[in-house]
Ligand binder design. Sequence first.
Ligand SMILES: Cc1cc2nc3c(=O)[nH]c(=O)nc-3n(C[C@H](O)[C@H](O)[C@H](O)COP(=O)(O)OP(=O)(O)OC[C@H]3O[C@@H](n4cnc5c(N)ncnc54)[C@H](O)[C@@H]3O)c2cc1C
Ligand code: FES
Ligand code: FES
Length: 467
Amino acid sequence: MIEFILNNKIIKTEVKSGMTLLYFIRENQGLKGTKSGCKEGDCGACTVLSGTLQKDNSVDYKSITSCLTPMANVHGKHIVTVEGVNLKNELNLAQQAIKDNFATQCGFCTPGFVNSLSGLALKHTHPTKADGINALSGNICRCTGYKSIEKAADEVTSKLQEKDHNNELEWLVENKFIPNYFKEIPLKLKALKSDKNNSEGVLVSGGTDLYVRHADALLDQDIQQAINFVSNNIEFSDTKCTIGVGASVTDLMENKQLNSYYPNLKSDLKLLSSEQIRNMASLGGNFVNASPIGDMAIFFLALNAKLMVQNSIAETREIALKDFFLDYKKIDLKDNEFIQSITFNLPDKSTYFNFEKVSKRTHLDIATVNAAISINVQGNIVVNAYISVGGVAAIPRYLSKTASYLMGKELKKEYILEAQEVLQSEISPISDVRGTDQYKRLLARQLFFAHFIKLYPNLFQLKDFVA
Ligand SMILES: Cc1cc2nc3c(=O)[nH]c(=O)nc-3n(C[C@H](O)[C@H](O)[C@H](O)COP(=O)(O)OP(=O)(O)OC[C@H]3O[C@@H](n4cnc5c(N)ncnc54)[C@H](O)[C@@H]3O)c2cc1C
Ligand code: FES
Ligand code: FES
């Protein structure tokens, strides 16, 4: 039995846990405001909000694409469709801003935009203009043009500057962002059956990889939620960080302690897809997906991270992430195993980290080439380095020879140029839709230099590496 709240209605349903939320909303509940567009997480027409009850009895709302969300993942949640943010006899503030700024034409995309803006309003922040635009990073409009949509987002954002944080829900209701029933949701969520929906079948975490490929096939099947076995906790000891691989990209971005160790974390991870996908995509799914350009794989390879893997009889083994990827889409994980967590050493004062990604579009695009480095330099000598690059081999590539070459050497231009030669011997890109093999070699080279220009601006500048 799956139990959740859909807008203002408690739902108890026996539908298959693999059915998509989009199918359930439209076909089972007849709520046609949520649109079915690409069904691949790209267009945002199916955007809904998913609210999770927190320990302090507040509800944390995140925008998600319902086309990639299995019903299992809505158990215990408050799911809000565009019908659920409608006021009785007038437009809500996001709808009014869209109307006033002529930010809609055919209207197909509009419910998705309204929901993303409502999600922005429900965040416990005073959003900046950039936050307003970012909230719409997963919504595509094919006829209006984005300037008028941006103006609508700006209007919503500036109104939210007045939000009263001591009385958020009351303020949002009074200011016509959401209907009154939201105030009763925390209590109603508390009263829901809390046991987990623990069925059998294919293992799913965020669903953003599996459901792009198999949504129709999973419609009539039950699935297992990875979150039943895997936590999303982010824990710190003095020297290490351990993350349950159920953690989403947004969980990482919102973690204050992680941001204090990696000051560019938010801007780095913003390069991964859109707000909706980041809210769903888990670390475990990214590693098992084993894409040669998986952003999380590249990020954590350069942190020299180790995975903890568990089997069905609770035996565990540790494996370095660099040894996890065997060949194209082949990983060191048996049928009865799952990944539990990932651990890496926290940086000391002389260790710096940098992540780079080049893609055709800045947002909502996968990388042509991505790259990361973690480097420890003491007295201008490289004591340690971990380097990774994606899109240049069948697997996310860990560059052991390039790192070994640098170790013990002075941090000097000539050694970096020579290390780049070693890097070229460690990669074997192929030509595909994202670029030719030569182009990817060039990108790998430029991104390698970019690490040093960004991390040591007093020592290196762009002109040092221009041929
Ligand atoms: C529109 C869109 C844009 C995207 N953009 C990017 C991008 O910019 N960068 C990028 O790297 N990726 C991108 N992706 C790919 C995908 O979102 C990510 O790889 C994501 O991290 C997958 O995680 P998930 O939890 O959604 O995986 P799921 O779909 O839930 O699972 C993927 C696979 O992993 C298995 N699995 C999940 N958790 C575990 C576990 N703990 N142990 C064992 N097996 C497990 C599942 O059984 C399944 O086979 C994009 C996807 C979409 C749809
Ligand atoms: S239908 Fe396009 S993102 Fe879901
Ligand atoms: S108004 Fe037509 S797609 Fe946006």
